[in-house]
Design a protein around this ligand. Structure first.
Ligand SMILES: Cc1ncc(COP(=O)(O)O)c(C=O)c1O
Length: 426
């Protein structure tokens, strides 16, 4: 039945017609003759959290109180565990009552931060490429987004480089700041670039925020996965800490993206309003899994888990990237996180290759992603989805691969990708 009534029209905030990247890639993956597809697209883990965390979750389900509402700010045990776990970096224990709020994943935490501070017309600066959820989260709060692109190395098509070589043009950033700029979002370690911002870069960004009284939302969800020196923005100085909301994710920390446990840490005068918005959005977050995450934080260090995270992911990155070295395709070597951006400018898609109209009308990386799925059964994500149309050309030769998959999956992707050889032209 067709619905024509004006009253049934969706709100503009959800009525965007353009098909999103996840459904394009999933649809392509379902339609390809090469089944099953090796999915290196979305950044979910292909393996379980360690046993000490899984067991903690199972035990929590047996407890009456852990199956009921949690306090809106989060369960006291988890807030205390986070305060203890982060004390070595902050040089003091954050107050679990006033400086930490538990959220339903980092995503809802950021929505709460924007809902807590943005009035219609306020501006929020974000860097491109961005984590796609930032956009609706800011716009639903009535914010206007001002974009500043990260620039890849100019010769990224001809040599493998460090992800750290993607840089901000600070003159562009300064031009983006206006009297209406209320917040700035920074993501380090970065998705999808894999860059870990240097202390010097963070200091320059933070100085501008201090000068202009701009709240910094520092999305540090990959904070346990860094392979280069990592600075936490809030620890730069007391002036910066005063303005900074640090975002964390148990999903990313403990290989459990489906648990939807995240948190924000920051000064009491900011956390208070994030917590107020969070209470209205979802009241409180999932109780038994908060308990499990508390135990995760309490035991991770003694279990050697944080060191293992880094060692494992570094080895997955090296294992997977060997195929690009073999094929002679340059990539951006990650300094953090679990995404690899590969430059495909040398890959020549055959003339007249049949793309459906919704792919044909998108930048070259969408065509490359479609081609890889159809020809080799390997799914990757086109990163121009994480740019505005105006700046999409910056990333149209790249594809993003998530390496947080079992080693057998990485090996099977590599075997399939060997077939790319005949399409590579120097
Ligand atoms: C940069 C970044 N921030 C936030 C999130 C969301 O984290 P969560 O799953 O805890 O909501 C993601 C997930 O992919 C991410 O990549």
């Amino acid at each position: 039945m067709a619905f024509n009534s004006e009253k049934l029209k969706p709100a503009a905030r959800v009525a965007n017609n353009r098909q999103d990247v996840w459904s394009i890639i999933n649809e392509a993956a379902a339609a390809t003759p090469t089944q099953p597809v090796v999915n290196m697209g979305q950044g979910f883990f292909g393996y379980n959290p360690p046993d000490f965390i899984i067991n903690a979750a199972k035990q929590a389900l047996d407890r009456v109180d852990a199956n009921q509402y949690s306090p809106t700010k989060g369960r006291p045990r988890l807030r205390k565990a986070i305060s203890d776990a982060y004390a070595p970096y902050w040089g003091r224990k954050l107050d679990p009552e006033t400086e930490i709020v538990i959220t339903t994943g980092a995503n809802e935490g950021m929505l709460s931060a924007f809902m807590g501070f943005i009035e219609p017309g306020d501006e929020v600066i974000i860097f491109e490429p961005f984590f796609d959820q930032y956009i609706p989260n800011i716009e639903m709060a009535g914010g206007k987004i001002v974009y500043v692109p990260l620039h890849p190395p100019k010769d990224g098509g001809s040599r493998t480089s460090s992800a750290g070589e993607w840089v901000i043009d600070f003159a562009e950033l300064e031009r983006a700041i206006s009297p209406k700029t209320k917040m700035l979002v920074i993501n380090t370690p970065h998705n999808p670039v894999g860059k870990v911002f240097s202390k010097d870069e963070l200091q320059k960004i933070a100085d501008l925020c201090v000068e202009n009284e701009i709240i910094i939302v520092s999305d540090e969800v990959y904070d346990r996965l860094y392979y280069a020196p990592f600075t936490r923005v809030a620890t730069l100085s007391p002036e910066v800490e005063r303005l900074t909301l640090t975002v964390g994710s148990a999903g990313k920390n403990f290989y459990a993206t489906g648990w939807r446990v995240g948190w924000l840490m920051g000064p009491a005068h900011l956390i208070k309003y994030v917590a107020a918005a969070h209470t209205r959005i979802c009241y409180s977050s999932v109780s038994p899994l908060q308990e499990a995450c508390a135990i995760g934080f309490e035991q991770a260090e003694a279990e050697g888990f944080w060191d293992e995270c880094i060692k494992d992911m570094k080895s997955k990155i090296a294992r997977f990237n060997a195929i690009w070295d073999e094929l002679g395709l340059p990539y951006s070597d990650p300094e953090g996180g679990y995404f690899v951006l590969v430059n495909m400018s040398k890959v020549k898609v055959p003339e007249g290759y049949p793309f459906p109209p919704h792919v044909a009308s998108r930048p070259r990386d969408f065509k490359l992603a479609w081609f890889l799925i159809q020809e080799f059964g390997v799914a990757a994500i086109p990163p121009t989805e994480f740019y505005t149309d105006a700046n999409a050309s910056i990333a149209e030769d790249y594809l993003r691969f998530a390496v947080c998959k079992p080693d057998e999956v990485l090996e099977s992707a590599k075997e399939r990708l060997r077939g790319l050889k005949k399409y590579i032209q120097e």
